[in-house]
Design a protein around this ligand. Structure first.
Ligand SMILES: Nc1ncnc2c1ncn2[C@@H]1O[C@H](COP(=O)(O)OP(=O)(O)OP(=O)(O)O)[C@@H](O)[C@H]1O
Ligand SMILES: [Mg+2]
Length: 641
């Protein structure tokens, strides 16, 4: 057999899983043993997402307390690999679904995601819809609405049936099924055929999308279906057989109806949405009865559309039916970086070389563009604080409360540079590269170019250019200088650790007024004041501040050891910084000379090539990017010498 045919047949037989087919009585028998198969749309969606796994974050832990403001936060596995830094949004969304699943007021409300461009509203909606794709559900055969078969049961019998089956029954069958029941089944609903289908967006089963339409092309049939003109000649006007129930509310029954950029539509159009939520019914075309609708209505829009819509008081009825969730941009650097990692992974550039710090630098730009200035600290510091980094000032970890910063900047995250803007700059830097790589240097250039071309608002443009050309450039040079120096030091970590140990020994003896014992000679001597000072001055700890610093370090380390934790040179932020600076300073001159000089002697040549090797092996550069950053460093760092 042909390999292709083989493949096709295999796939087909796999797909042909036994699907339920039977009479309504068979269906009842099946339900009796599996009452949990009966659920309304919100519940189904909620459970489908939760089935992938849910975890509760310990918000009392130091790491999360500030970020989530002490709110109880869950992480949902279904979103984990796709969305970053959106925990709060996803939690609000799931909270909505949960109350709606319990038939709270939320089940009669539209869920609206509102946020700036490129914040992930469409992606989130897509992902939610995809969760239903392939899930199975039962419905009346030939029913355009794919309604719940239990709706066949007449009102007078429902109480008893509900008790027997341990389920609750809502809504009525569609006019099309009603016609079939009366004319094809003689009213004997126990014989009505029930089938099993799977949700499918492409197959228009249980998932429907309503794109925005302008006033001229807007036609309510998109929502509720039409009357088939060719059949109007055959049947009387009120005969359900003339109905083509293929509108979004028919198709999306039992699943999801998505409204893309919902407020671009005319208000009349939206009234159907209102009826659908309020009454759980939607009109049918022509002179027919309304039909039952049970589904999650998911809409999204941007802020200006929302504001415009909100300002019209005639829209109050709809506003009252909306649960709005803000979808702001990400403000945490490490999360923003993950977005670009994901996007590049999924693009044709996935094999390109991304030099160290490139995505960080790009993300710094988008995050900083979104931050409101504060007089508590500068923008870069604010970004680092939001990112959970310790800010060290004069030998101490600077205490700035995230909550305070957030409180004074309420609207933060709703404007600034979008993910799409940054992605375009990364793409164009990658396309322009003839070495199939990007570095922070050409990404900064690409971003600058794009700002100049695309940001028309002058104030915004100059703010963004200042971030790129000044703040980010300087920060990058700092990172680079440190990295080059580090790469210059052989066995960097060991050296840092050894300096740390020596400092700690001395500081401890100084604080406890005792002698330092030499590890080898066992000789005792006074703590080495000169050495300690040379470390301390690296972070501006001078004069009377020294005693405090030394005892702080000692106390901190003791308390860690007491708790059985291991300590290394990174354990105490301020000291780590001091040790690193000390090491870096010690090689600064030589690393500058070697990097900068045009003609190197043999010794320098070896040092240079060793450094390149370290950059490649330990710091994830490749030959080209290492060369490029070194050239950049020699042109931009160490200017004055
Ligand atoms: N926090 C995030 N985590 C993961 N991906 C994200 C995040 N924010 C944005 N994205 C990605 O950014 C891209 C743009 O997002 P999307 O198109 O969903 O934005 P949008 O809010 O619908 O914007 P618009 O208002 O322009 O329609 C998507 O590929 C999305 O996956
Ligand atoms: Mg969108």
């Amino acid at each position: 057999m042909s390999k292709f045919l083989d493949l096709i047949k295999k796939q087909r037989s796999k797909k042909k899983k036994e699907k339920f087919e039977g009479t309504f009585i068979d269906y009842l028998e099946m339900i009796k043993d599996n009452p949990d198969k009966i659920k309304l749309a919100h519940k189904r969606l909620y459970e489908t997402i939760c089935d992938h796994g849910v975890e509760t974050i310990d918000v009392d832990s130091e790491k999360y307390r500030d970020i989530f403001n002490g709110d109880k936060i869950r992480t949902y596995d279904y979103f984990k690999e796709e969305f970053f830094g959106m925990e709060s949004v996803i939690n609000k969304l799931m909270r909505y679904l949960k109350s709606a699943a319990h038939k709270g007021e939320e089940s009669r409300q539209v869920l609206l995601l509102m946020g700036p461009v490129g914040a992930g509203k469409s992606a989130l909606t897509e992902h939610i819809k995809r969760s239903l794709d392939g899930q199975s559900y039962f419905h009346l055969e030939g029913d355009p609405q794919r309604g719940e078969p239990l709706q066949l049961i007449p009102r007078s019998l429902r109480k008893d049936m509900e008790a027997l089956l341990d389920v609750s029954i809502e809504g009525d069958i569609s006019p099309v099924s009603r016609w079939k029941l009366l004319n094809e089944y003689d009213g004997e609903y126990e014989n009505f055929k029930v089938v099993e289908s799977t949700f499918s967006q492409r197959g228009r089963r249980g998932i429907a999308v309503v794109p925005p339409m302008d006033a001229n092309s807007q036609d309510v049939s998109v929502l509720i279906g039409t009357e088939d003109i060719s059949k109007l000649d055959l049947y009387p006007e009120d005969d359900p057989r003339v109905l083509s129930l293929n509108g979004a509310f028919n198709v999306g029954n039992r699943g999801i109806v998505e409204f893309v950029e919902v407020f671009k539509n005319e208000i009349e159009f939206l009234h159907t949405m209102l009826t659908a939520t309020q009454e759980k019914r939607v009109p049918t075309p022509g002179k027919h009865d309304m039909v039952f609708f049970d589904g999650v209505i998911l809409a999204h829009c941007n802020e200006s559309e929302w504001n415009r819509f909100k300002s019209e008081h005639t829209n109050e009825a709809i506003l009252d039916r909306v649960v709005k969730i803000n979808v702001p941009y990400v403000l945490e650097l490490h999360q923003e970086m993950k977005i670009y990692q994901k996007m590049i992974q999924r693009s044709d550039f996935r094999n390109a070389h991304i030099a160290p710090h490139t995505l960080k630098i790009a993300s710094m730009f988008s995050v900083m563009s979104r931050l409101k200035p504060t007089n508590k600290c500068d923008l870069l510091t604010k970004m680092k604080i939001y990112n959970g980094e310790a800010i060290i000032e004069k030998g101490r970890v600077k205490k700035v409360d995230i909550k305070d910063l957030k409180d004074e900047a309420k609207h933060e995250g709703m404007e600034g540079i979008s993910t799409r803007f940054v992605m375009k700059a990364l793409d164009s830097a990658l396309s322009d590269s003839d070495k199939d790589m990007i570095t922070p240097i050409n990404v900064i250039d690409s971003l600058i170019k794009q700002v100049k071309e695309q940001i028309i608002d002058e104030e915004a443009s100059s703010k963004y250019l200042e971030i790129l050309q000044k703040i980010i450039r300087e920060e990058y040079l700092r990172i680079l200088e440190t990295e080059i120096a580090k790469a210059f030091i052989t066995a960097y970590e060991e050296q840092a650790q050894s300096l740390f140990d020596t400092y700690l020994d001395n500081a401890e003896c100084y604080t406890t007024n005792s002698k330092v014992k030499d590890k080898i000679t066992r000789e005792e001597r006074a703590p080495d004041e000169k050495f300690m000072k040379s470390i301390e001055e690296m972070i501006g700890v001078v004069g009377s501040a020294r005693d405090g610093f030394r005892s702080d370090v000692t106390a901190f380390m003791f308390s860690k050891l007491r708790r059985g934790e291991t300590v290394n040179y990174k354990s105490y932020g301020p000291l780590c910084e001091a040790v690193e600076q000390y090491l870096i300073t010690s090689v600064k001159d030589i690393s500058r000379i070697v990097t900068k000089s045009k003609s190197r002697d043999d010794n320098q040549k070896k040092k240079y090539s060793d450094m390149i090797q370290t950059l490649i092996e330990d710091y994830h550069y490749n030959e080209n990017s290492a060369e490029e950053i070194l050239t950049y460093a020699s042109n931009n760092l160490w200017r004055d010498s």
